[in-house]
Design a protein around this ligand. Structure first.
Ligand code: G6P
Length: 607
């Protein structure tokens, strides 16, 4: 989604902004722009389309040492040059970049138009530039503060004033704003990855906070002008971890690095002495864990699917009723919040608006919420009462792979810890620990199928539709497998519990519509084999994804993606790897933009 990068310092701003915008690309965008301030003049370049369009308009060199850039993901107004940010005040003296949505933009536009204002774009953001210009004050900070009192909605924004060279003002309400602290230079961004090659010291703005900065430093204050302060935190990864590392796509790199990512997720959290997991960040003692009566997991997209798998894991291991629900649906149905339910919000980015809003709604009603997040210091991570960091490392590809697996790893640990304060015996706990210790190498084995799966993708790359089915704990595997295929190949793919096939979707099974059947080696295998029979009877091609060595599978399936045998606890994670690879190879085969699929954003920070 929209991205912000701004700079004030001793170096030329343009190359820093260019590189920063490249780092923001992965979030998804459809236009971009840059404003530079030199000799008390703001110069702005904007272009619809990818960054190459903007690059072709930018000067080779520019002496400005202060400027800002933006990638826009269209919400209000189409992706055109005019609607791209930065937006300017009518006299060209104020420039603004904005993430979020100004909800009263229509009425503000009408009021400003009645006063004679003329707008150059269809965006809600442009009104902000007009409002700041209309609020002259002793400082840019004060002008921005006054302008924001007229605005309802969400924002992460940066403002520049032609009359105040080197100064930048930022404000946050609902959209992330991060200050990067350098040596004689300061940065503002919506995503720490955009500044990490310059500094690892960052300060996250809180909602309702403003920052004023120049090359020498920054000050923080609230909308009520109260001065605040916060020491920078140090990011736990470096610029190197953001490179493609020789892979053709970030997605492939992230699929392939899952063994190491999972080793980090599990690292230091398996307690052999008491055969349990130790998740210190939960901030819950054994008595509090025992008092939990239900678990409710909330997330969006792949995080929601990881939540379904997580709920299955917790319920089957810890024998606690557990369910998952899309975060936005949950908060809009005025749910009952119960004191003895543990609410878990799951989010790779920690910034997904709907998940954050669900978290706030639960807390407002007095519920206890913990988080499962990847990005350290993200909004969700800061607002929960405790949680589990995934430690998967940065995920750049829009389609989530290693973060999904790492979420499942976190739920396995949680299930074990909750189970061990209930009726999981020390011996069962020990068996689960042994299984978890084997997880990275099992995933490595599953990844070894990549070449064979690429051959399979060549065979199926002409399809237009696909079904994915699985029973109980294989169902979220099917959901996530179908999600991956549709996200990056644009093939229509639908997932169903295998038992539901005959209640509707079977009508669409034909020789052109393959079904991926997820077949773990468990007591439901015979039942799943009958689904296979039903599909074959309708001449539907079948691709079995299995870790079972059963002759009937090979007799009935057209093709097989094999997965290594493992403890049932690990089935959803290990069996999902083959489907990630299948989606990846299909998309490559079809010439798709694997890392930045159309219409999608890595982190959805608007409603
Ligand atoms: C977007 C991404 C998905 C992701 C979802 C939730 O829709 O395209 O890949 O699963 O957001 O993201 P989160 O950062 O909250 O896990």
């Amino acid at each position: 989604m929209c991205g912000i990068i701004a700079y004030s310092g001793h170096q030329a701003a343009l190359p820093i902004l260019r590189a920063g915008l490249r780092r923001l690309e992965y979030r998804g965008y459809d236009s971009a722009g840059i404003t530079l301030l030199a000799r008390s003049r703001l110069q702005t370049w904007r272009a619809a389309g990818k960054l190459d369009q903007l690059e072709s308009r930018l000067p080779e060199k520019n002496a400005a040492k202060c400027g800002m850039g933006h990638t826009r993901w269209a919400t209000h107004g189409a992706a055109t040059d005019e609607n791209a940010h930065p937006h300017l005040s009518p006299d060209g003296g104020i420039a603004i970049i904005h993430n979020g949505i100004i909800e009263n933009a229509m009425s503000l536009r009408a009021a400003l138009t009645a006063e004679g204002a003329v707008f150059a774009s269809d965006t809600d953001s442009e009104v902000l530039a007009h409002l700041v210009a209309q609020c002259p004050a002793d400082s840019l900070l004060e002008s921005v503060r006054q302008a924001l009192t007229r605005v309802h909605g969400t924002f992460g924004l940066v403002v520049m004033d032609a009359a105040r060279p080197g100064e930048l003002v930022a404000a946050r309400n609902g959209s992330p704003v991060i200050i990067g602290v350098g040596e004689r230079e300061m940065f503002i961004t919506s995503d720490a990855n955009a500044v990490i090659s310059h500094t690892r010291e960052v300060v996250h703005l809180e909602d309702g906070e403003l920052a004023a900065l120049d090359a020498r430093g920054f000050t923080l204050s609230t909308m009520d002008s109260a001065v605040t302060s916060r020491a920078p935190i140090t990011l736990d990864h470096d610029a190197e971890s953001l490179s493609r590392g020789g892979y053709a796509h970030y997605m492939l790199k992230e699929i392939m690095e899952q063994p190491e990512a999972l080793a980090r997720t599990l690292g230091g959290r398996l307690d052999r002495r008491f055969n349990t997991a130790h998740l210190g960040g939960l901030n819950l003692g054994p008595r509090e864990l025992l008092d939990i009566r239900r678990i409710k997991i909330l997330g969006c997209g792949s995080a929601y699917y990881a939540g379904i798998a997580g709920a299955n894991l917790v319920e089957s291991v810890a024998r606690l009723p557990a369910t998952a629900e899309p975060a936005a649906e949950f908060r809009y149905r005025n749910p009952l919040i119960e004191a003895d339910t543990l609410y878990i919000v799951v989010s790779q980015s920690g910034e997904t608006f709907d998940t954050l809003a669900a978290l706030r709604e639960i807390r407002r009603k007095g519920g206890r919420v913990i988080g499962v997040c990847n990005v350290v210091g993200s909004s969700i991570a800061r607002e929960v009462e405790g949680g589990i960091y995934m430690h998967a490392g940065p995920e750049v590809s829009v389609a989530s792979t290693k973060a999904f697996s790492s979420m499942l790893g976190c739920f396995m640990l949680l299930a074990l810890q909750l189970g061990r304060v209930r009726d999981v015996s020390p011996q069962q706990g020990g068996e689960m620990i042994a299984a978890l210790e084997a997880l990275p190498s099992l995933v490595d084995t599953a990844l070894g199928e990549s070449d064979a799966i690429a051959v399979l993708a060549a065979k199926y790359s002409g399809i237009r539709n696909a079904f994915y089915i699985g029973r109980t704990d294989a169902f979220p595997v099917a959901l996530e497998g179908a999600q991956k295929l549709k996200e990056i190949s644009y093939i229509h793919a639908e997932a169903y519990p295998a038992s539901e096939l005959k209640h509707g979707p079977l009508a669409l099974v034909d020789p052109e519509t393959p079904t991926m059947v997820v077949l773990p080696d468990n007591n439901l295998l015979p039942k799943s084999l009958s689904s296979l029979q039903e599909i074959r009877a309708r001449k539907g091609p079948v691709i079995a994804v299995t870790n079972a060595d059963h002759p009937e599978i090979h007799a009935l399936a057209d093709d097989v993606i094999t997965s290594p045998p493992c403890h049932p606890l690990l089935h959803p994670l290990v069996m999902g790897i083959g489907l990630q690879l299948f989606a990846y190879h299909m998309a490559v085969r079809m010439g798709r933009d694997v890392d930045q699929p159309r219409n999608l954003a890595k982190s959805v920070t608007v409603e």
